[in-house]
Design a binder for this molecule. Structure first.
Ligand code: FAD
Ligand code: AMP
Length: 474
């Protein structure tokens, strides 16, 4: 039986990063992964690279270019009559981006001497793991022994009984990344991150999109001022967002899907060509054999871990989407690094308080730290600086003036408690706020920092000036 210092189960952004870091630290490391791509080839990268972050961003970028040509190019003096759309080519490009990146991880494994065990891992007693190989000519299951185990089995799309996925007309996020035609009428259940991103892609490409959201509030976890403005902009882009709409049933024939839902006004129906179920994700422990070794799960099915990602079993850790906390790729990776370092040296750290969130609509939405409504409910005294992109020279030159940057700082110490962005390139701009908060910085620290002109980052500078009531350009 082969023995490794560390065996990682799952090669998403949690698992593959943990494996690389463990190997860098001199630990003999294997990573078990059974994912097969649509061509039946074994693939690393998990949800994020295969059917999540990367393919969704490839389609968001492609559709953004298309929408620019259709709706904005003329304003720049660029006439583009006759521009046409080749959805198959767009999807093909997305698939090549995915293939390049997943193959890149296989290269990184070779470089760092991480052994990829192709198959599904099931926990067995005494820190052993049974590997069931997959694919053509897969061999018999075999056991490996691990000094330490890192479980990184991720998550899968959540299902709801009223909308069973048939992978033809009713799809989950994976299916919605592979449509070969633009659906004329597209329904989406769930106005969360995934629903809004996929809705944006297909609306830009020409679908008439209706999003049904059970909650009354749009983007409940987001700062209210940002969410309210974002809702207005997205509605103006054509997303028909229906709040307080709880889906109760679906009926499909070969041509269309009838969705039944309830609002405070009563029972309603919606007829669409395709329906995307985007109601969140649930932890994936299906092949893990948690019962066989008494691995403890919490009441929602996540693997129960302490603040160091240690499970109830000695030397068995769990990270990423399969444990508590935000279901984000960078959170999974940071936990992977911290656990590898803890195994090698006894210490590892994740900056949970400063994990950035991004929603890749356009304009993008990004934030770190606490929202204004959270500060209010906690009774924290705070000051606010809000700078609109309409007053940014660079945003105006580029033609993206919607949105704002909002900074919240402690009224007494000036320490920054939260930064919220709705605007162009918010996903990149938020990094500066994360760094500031990671160093316990104040709004004044940022106000004293020189920002290049003309850049979108000047809006962050102005928001920091705004905390002290001394914005220069607004
Ligand atoms: P996963 O990426 O889910 O990987 C788990 C891996 O474990 C899988 O490859 C699976 O095959 C494997 N596995 C499971 N069980 C076993 C077993 N028993 N044996 C061996 N292998 C096993 N997050 C962001 O931060 N930014 C984004 O822009 C973003 N966009 C997204 C868009 C979409 C459409 C979706 C669906 C998700 C998106 N996410 C995004 C979320 C992100 O994909 C996840 O947070 C991230 O992938 C979690 O990483 P992970 O390593 O915990 O799990
Ligand atoms: P997220 O967790 O960000 O992916 O968002 C999923 C969204 O789906 C949440 O806002 C839920 O309120 C919403 N949702 C869940 N179930 C239903 C349902 N039956 N009908 C409409 N919306 C739903």
């Amino acid at each position: 039986m082969k023995k490794f210092d560390v065996v990682v189960i799952g090669a998403g952004p949690g698992g593959y990063v943990a494996a690389i870091r463990a190997a860098q630290l001199g630990l003999s490391t294997a990573c078990i992964e059974g994912w097969q791509n649509p061509e039946g080839k074994a693939a690393l990268g998990g949800t994020c690279l295969n059917v999540g972050c990367i393919p969704s961003k490839a389609l968001l970028d492609s559709s953004h270019h298309y929408a620019f040509i259709k709706t904005e190019a003329a304003e720049h003096g660029i006439h583009s009559q006759g521009a046409t759309l080749d959805v198959n080519r767009m999807i093909g490009r997305k698939d090549r981006v995915v293939q390049t990146l997943t193959q890149g991880i296989a290269g990184l494994f070779r470089k760092h001497n991480v052994e990829w065990l192709q198959g599904w891992g099931t926990l067995a007693p005494e820190n052993r793991i049974e590997v069931t190989p997959v694919g053509d000519g897969a061999g018999e299951p075999y056991l490996v022994e691990a000094g330490h185990v890192i479980i990184a089995t991720g998550s899968v799309p959540a299902r709801i009984p009223p909308a069973p996925v048939d992978d033809v007309q009713i799809v989950d996020s994976t299916g919605a990344l592979a449509f070969r035609d633009v659906p004329r009428r597209l329904g989406i259940i769930g106005a969360g991150v995934i629903g809004l991103e996929l809705g944006s892609v297909w609306a830009r490409l020409g679908s008439s999109v209706v999003i049904l959201e059970a909650l009354d509030e749009f983007l409940a976890p987001v700062d209210r001022q940002i969410a309210t403005e974002a809702e207005k902009i997205l509605r103006k882009q054509g997303l028909d967002i229906r709040l307080g709409a709880r889906v109760t049933g679906t009926a499909s024939n070969n041509r269309e899907v009838t969705v039944s839902y309830e609002t405070p006004e009563g029972k309603q129906q919606l007829v669409v060509d395709k329906l995307i179920v985007a109601v969140g994700r649930r932890p994936n422990t299906s092949r893990l054999g948690a019962d066989r070794v008494d691995l403890k799960l919490d009441e929602r099915g996540f693997i129960a871990v302490d603040e160091h990602c240690l499970t109830n079993l000695p030397n068995v850790y769990a990270i990423g989407d399969v444990v508590r906390g935000p279901m984000l790729a960078h959170k999974a990776s940071e936990e992977g690094v911290a656990v590898a370092e803890r195994i090698a040296s006894g210490a590892g750290h994740v900056g949970y308080a400063t994990i950035p969130w991004v929603i890749y609509t356009w304009p993008e939405i990004a934030w770190v730290g606490r929202t204004e409504q959270e500060l209010k409910s906690e009774g924290v005294e705070y000051t606010t600086g809000v700078f609109p992109f309409a007053a940014s020279g660079r945003a105006r030159a580029a033609g993206g003036t919607a949105g704002m940057i909002k900074m919240l700082a402690d009224a007494g110490s000036d320490r920054v408690l939260g930064v919220h962005i709705l605007g162009p390139n918010a996903s990149e701009l938020i990094a500066e706020a994360v760094l500031l908060m990671q160093f316990d910085g104040t709004a004044e620290d940022l106000a004293l920092t020189v920002h290049a002109h003309p850049t979108l980052s000047e809006a962050m500078h102005e928001a920091a000036l705004g905390v002290a009531g001394r914005m220069l350009h607004f």
